[in-house]
Ligand binder design. Structure first.
Ligand SMILES: NC(=O)c1ccc[n+]([C@@H]2O[C@H](COP(=O)([O-])OP(=O)(O)OC[C@H]3O[C@@H](n4cnc5c(N)ncnc54)[C@H](O)[C@@H]3O)[C@@H](O)[C@H]2O)c1
Length: 273
């Protein structure tokens, strides 16, 4: 989408971190914004900051795992701003736990928020975008952990691989209809991701393996890039209609190694199989 002024964006997880940074970048491009989040306090502060800077913005308190509430949210944003053009399925959590220590609560919350909620967002908004015919763009937030396995983040990596598969498929399905799709795969970004995740996944039994994995991820996030950089990258990807949006080339060797191993396994099959 080249023309973004006065277009409307709905951003889940828009109260904090990467979602808020996208909103701030979109606002500078003259877009109207609906920030969706379940953290009401942060949502009010985010809407206040953007409105003070002159943006047309509303907050929608919604839990993205609530399919009916997402439908209500879509209708209420349309009632305020008219047609929605850009949907950013960005809300997510990031439990840092190895496979053997992953609790059912961590697994279920991670899949519900990181994967199923993207379906909920598409179910609520995609038919409306296709109906209004004014063009549109979908941004799904995956992660580098959706492109390479991430020891210590089992459920997270599984959920983000699922987002990659969903988004690449969506891209092929929507291309003939002129709807753009972007797969955002951030490396580490300095946000409160692990704190909001700990609130969602409950109290897990203490374990040195879990503590070590969490400390490692906490350190990596603290050393990550600023969310504002990612917001600007997403804005450019929408304008340039780009599918893949990695934020770092640091993991290139890991991605290449995984693909080479996969190709070697294919090449090792008997001829004709
Ligand atoms: N920070 C990183 O290093 C990093 C790296 C790769 C991918 N990501 C992804 O980026 C996305 C945004 O994360 P972030 O780093 O900005 O974290 P963040 O915690 O700052 O922001 C996430 C937002 O999602 C909201 N949220 C969580 N569960 C929700 C629910 N059920 N309903 C509605 N809102 C909900 C939170 O309240 C929060 O405002 C996530 O999908 C995350 O997996 C982050």
């Amino acid at each position: 989408m080249q023309q973004l002024r006065d277009r409307v964006a709905f951003i889940t997880g828009g109260a904090n971190g990467i979602g808020y940074a996208m909103a701030a970048s979109f606002a500078r491009a003259g877009m109207k914004l609906a920030l969706a989040d379940k953290d009401e306090g942060a949502l009010d502060r985010a809407v206040g900051r953007l409105a003070d800077a002159g943006a047309a913005v509303i907050g929608v308190k919604v839990d993205v795992t609530d399919r009916d509430a997402m439908e209500v949210a879509a209708a209420s944003v349309e009632a305020t701003f008219g047609a929605v053009h850009v949907l950013c399925n960005n809300a997510g959590i990031g439990a840092a736990t190895p496979v053997a220590l992953t609790t059912p609560q961590e697994w279920d919350a991670t899949i519900a928020i990181n994967v199923t909620a993207i379906y909920n967002g598409l179910r609520a908004f995609l038919p409306r975008i296709l109906r209004h015919g004014e063009g549109g763009h979908i941004v799904n937030t995956a992660s580098m952990a959706g492109l390479v396995p991430t020891p210590g983040m089992a459920a997270y990596s599984a959920s983000k691989f699922a987002v990659v598969g969903l988004t690449e498929t969506l891209h092929q399905e929507l291309r003939p209809q002129g709807i753009g799709v972007t797969l955002l795969c951030p490396g580490f970004v300095r946000t409160g991701l692990m704190d909001s995740s700990r609130r969602e996944t409950g109290d897990a039994p203490p374990d040195p393996g879990r503590d070590a994995a969490q400390a490692r991820i906490d350190r990596a996030i603290a050393g990550g890039i600023e969310a504002e950089v990612v917001g600007e990258m997403v804005l450019a990807a929408i304008r340039e209609d780009r599918l893949y949006l990695p934020t770092t080339a640091k993991y290139r060797d890991l991605i290449e190694g995984r693909l080479r191993a996969l190709l070697a396994a294919l090449d090792a099959l008997p001829p004709g199989q």
